[in-house]
Design a protein around this ligand. Structure first.
Ligand SMILES: [Mn+2]
Length: 477
């Protein structure tokens, strides 16, 4: 089926459900705790508010029976699940008998019908790959677009949120495809976003250049990444690092000659420390970067990747309410938001230092470290991924990182990360983490990044099962 046809099917389904939805006046939006989930929630809140409904919102880490009981306490007649729900329809089935439900999601759905489900808009049900072609925010955006009367101002606002969501869900890593591409084209046409080929590193708007390079991963810069001193020296040999007011220059403060000189010198390092991959690294160094035209230059809101990170930071540090309000334009304390981001960066950097000192145990097919309460379970996956791409961990095997579950002393929270190359060779970490189900745990995720919750006393048995699972995956290829 052609893309346009599939998109039409989405539109038709929304239009068919419209009369059932429009009557609700007390609505609860429930979103997933990440940048995509927070953006999805903001789109849904805006949508129903624009119709005059009373809307509350709640952001959760996962939809389990305890959370559903909390949801039942809200006295709402319609519950809108965004960026989650499709995979939990079986759990939902036992609850929420008094509420009508809408699910707008892009995670793989389970094949169960809930009798109160009046609209289930899932990317996969329309023939789209929800891991690369559209995010939760994208699905919520399409819902809003085809549900509401045309309103160009609102349209532009929610297009912006859809773009943050696809970035936050890491769907733009290899360029936009599928519905993401279509939404981006619309957003470009409306001058919501501009796209520019640039160095791909994080923090071009806000970080001093040497910081940008110090935290460079994907591709890492030999001798520079995660070495503050070397990075400072490297940059100072190429440009003057401070502006006339003695402020550190950021990437956006450099002129074209300066950026070219720096990238040329980075490429020289790739070639000097060539292990056969410098061609790949040089290609990886540049990518499409996205900027919001209505945000001030030099702020964390101008660059879409930085904006998405702000929301991630809000989610991971229990400030999801502020995250949604930021997107709704009702946040009255932007200073607090930048503090959240600063804390997030600091805790990532500290955690990297912890990993550097940590004993990493090598198994046959993966490496593992136990952080217990030294690294928060909400950031350990991110940190493990950074350490893997920065080669602080062995880049040739996946990493499994174990931390305590802050909510339950009998449980571990386990995160696993691989690389694109490992996935290319057959690695599917979601399958491995799903094995936790056999040990009274619960898990899921993507092939390259997945996680689970597991009773502490099952850890040895679980790891044996994981070892076997991964060894089979890698043999199959
Ligand atoms: Mn998502």
């Amino acid at each position: 089926m052609k893309l346009q046809e599939k998109l039409n099917n989405i539109k038709k389904q929304i239009e068919a459900a419209k009369h059932k939805i429009i009557e609700f006046k007390k609505i609860l939006v429930v979103g997933h705790l990440d940048a995509d989930g927070i953006s999805s929630a903001a789109i849904a809140v805006k949508t129903f508010q624009s119709l005059g409904a009373k809307v509350e919102f709640l952001i959760i880490k996962q939809l389990d029976s305890t959370k559903i009981k909390a949801i039942e306490k809200y006295k709402c007649d319609l519950i809108v699940f965004v960026d989650l729900g499709s995979g939990q329809l079986d759990i939902l089935g036992d609850f929420l008998q008094n509420n009508k439900i809408i699910v707008l999601d892009h995670h793989r759905p389970v094949d169960i019908i809930h009798k109160n489900l009046i609209l289930h808009l899932n990317a996969h049900l329309f023939g789209f790959d929800g891991s690369v072609e559209i995010s939760g925010s994208g699905m919520t955006y399409l819902f809003a677009k085809y549900f509401l009367e045309e309103d160009i101002n609102l349209e532009k606002q929610i297009q912006k949120l859809a773009v943050i969501g696809m970035m936050g869900d890491m769907q733009l890593k290899n360029g936009a495809v599928g519905l993401n591409k279509i939404i981006l084209d619309w957003a470009k046409k409306n001058n919501v976003v501009t796209i520019k080929k640039d160095i791909c590193y994080f923090g071009k708007q806000t970080r001093p250049v040497y910081k940008l390079l110090e935290y460079a991963t994907e591709p890492i810069i030999p001798t520079i990444s995660f070495n503050a001193e070397n990075s400072k020296v490297f940059v100072s040999q190429i440009i003057s690092q401070r502006d006339k007011d003695n402020f550190w220059k950021r990437w956006i403060d450099l002129n074209e000659t300066e950026t070219q000189n720096i990238t040329t010198n980075i490429i020289k390092l790739f070639l000097k420390y060539n292990n056969g991959s410098s061609g790949f690294k040089i290609r990886q160094l540049f990518c499409d970067t996205y900027q919001f035209t209505d945000e001030a230059i030099g702020t964390e809101y101008r660059d879409v990747m930085e904006f998405a990170t702000v929301l991630n930071a809000c989610g991971r540090h229990n400030k999801w309410k502020q995250g949604v309000e930021l997107l709704l334009g009702t946040c009255d304390n932007l200073f607090e938001i930048s503090t959240i981001l600063e804390n997030h960066r600091r805790s990532l950097a500290n955690s990297i230092e912890i990993i550097k000192k940590e004993k990493i145990k090598k198994m046959k097919n993966f490496q593992i470290f136990f952080a217990f309460d030294k690294i928060k379970s909400t950031i350990i996956g991110t940190v493990a991924g950074m350490a893997l791409s920065a080669r602080i961990l062995d880049p040739n095997m996946p990493v499994i990182a174990v931390s305590n579950d802050e909510d339950d002393a009998n449980y571990f929270k386990i995160s696993s990360r691989g690389t694109k190359l490992m996935v290319h060779n057959g690695l599917k970490l979601n399958y491995a983490m799903n094995l936790s189900k056999n040990f009274n745990g619960e898990g899921g995720g993507h092939d390259i990044a997945a996680g689970c919750r597991l009773p502490k006393n099952e850890i040895d048995n679980f790891l044996i099962a994981v070892e076997e699972c991964i060894s089979k995956q890698l043999i199959c290829t």
